[in-house]
Design a protein around this ligand. Structure first.
Ligand SMILES: Nc1ncnc2c1ncn2[C@@H]1O[C@H](COP(=O)(O)OP(=O)(O)OP(=O)(O)O)[C@@H](O)[C@H]1O
Length: 339
């Protein structure tokens, strides 16, 4: 069974128009006018069980609206969706036991009571037995090092501590699918890494399916083999992260450190059969830019025979740059054609 199955999913919102001035306000009182905003435009995708999939897009692309439909918070305008075999907004009661949700910007914990009491309340909501709850809680507390935080009120936790507690809260009932909406927003790199490691381990050991929206592409690099990219409510890319890099990065850079003084002309001569570009940093270091069509090993082979190399470093274009250039150059339409 698929974890998530979405077909031609659409969500439209009616937004009230506000006319200008006093007369406009009076007219609004008697006759309201509405604009239609289509946040999600007939998207289709399937996520098999056990996959970690990144769901990315610029502000307003439609990510949160999709997550809200997938978690049963919003009813779609049209289209079909099934999560764990259930239609989220129809089969709510059965459905919620199989999913966990973390909204990085919103808490599911009660602000003024101790963390453990929030967990107990959630245990009752999800109807988890006391024995199962204790076992699960002990595992999660140990893994995320929450021991001394359990009796503190949520309002006294740092953001990183709270996020770790939010994760535990979403997992107490052992869901098979986890929806994460910006789970690492505002966190420092140490906590981000901790959370990423935890999610990887959980996915590996328990096969938890994860759908992750984030603006932090390092989350995607660390966790996801697949990425779905949205632009203005439409899917413009759905595939592997490596494939995305191969298609969109313009190439790679190799940084060389030579054993002695090296001339640019000599380097150009060594690689004249290849379509590469050189630039000197100083007398002993240079950078070679090579497009994807040129093999790294072919390029290295040309240089190795002609100059003595002390060190090399191969730098791939990072995902951040690729995604930024897809959006900013408006080349999303090109992506659409090539998918
Ligand atoms: N309840 C609503 N009523 C009217 N319009 C809405 C509503 N919720 C979202 N929208 C609109 O739908 C579009 C998509 O919003 P959505 O929040 O899904 O985007 P997003 O990709 O999650 O953005 P962000 O990264 O900023 O969270 C936006 O134009 C937004 O203004």
């Amino acid at each position: 069974m698929l974890a998530i199955d979405v077909k031609d999913l659409r969500k439209q919102f009616s937004v009230q128009k506000n006319r200008e001035g006093l007369s406009g306000a009076l007219k609004d009182l008697f006759k309201r006018e509405y604009n239609e905003v289509t946040a999600v435009k007939d998207i289709s995708f399937q996520i098999p069980q056990g996959e970690i999939c990144g769901y990315i897009g610029e502000n307003g692309a439609g990510k949160s609206t999709t997550i809200k439909m997938l978690t049963g918070i919003l009813v779609p305008t049209s289209g079909e969706l099934k999560v764990n075999g259930y239609v989220p907004f129809k089969d709510r009661e059965k459905f919620v036991n199989g999913i966990g949700v973390v909204f990085g910007q919103r808490s599911q914990l009660w602000w003024d009571i101790g963390v453990i009491e929030s967990f107990q309340l959630l245990r009752k909501v999800y109807r988890v037995s006391e024995a199962d709850f204790r076992k699960r809680l002990n595992e999660l507390v140990e893994r995320l090092q929450l021991g001394e935080l359990l009796n503190r009120p949520v309002r006294k936790l740092s953001l990183g501590q709270r996020m770790r507690c939010e994760l535990v809260a979403s997992l107490l009932h052992n869901p098979s699918i986890l929806f994460l909406d910006e789970p690492t927003i505002g966190l420092d790199i140490v906590v981000k890494t901790e959370i990423r490691d935890f999610l990887m381990q959980m996915n590996r050991e328990q096969g938890t399916t994860i759908l992750l929206t984030t603006h932090d592409l390092q989350d995607i690099e660390a966790l996801c083999s697949r990425v779905i990219m949205l632009d203005d409510g439409r899917i413009i890319y759905d595939g592997g992260l490596d494939d995305l890099k191969n298609r969109w990065s313009k190439g790679r850079e190799i940084q060389f450190q030579f054993a002695g003084h090296t001339q640019l002309a000599k380097l150009r001569q060594l690689t004249e059969s290849l379509d590469v570009t050189w630039s000197m940093e100083n007398e002993v270091t240079a950078k070679m830019w090579l497009p994807h069509a040129v093999n790294v090993s072919d390029a290295l082979a040309c240089v190795v025979g002609g100059v003595e190399i002390r060190d090399i470093k191969i730098i791939e274009t990072n995902t951040d740059d690729i995604v930024r250039s897809i959006y900013s150059s408006g080349s999303a339409s090109t992506a659409k054609e090539t998918v």
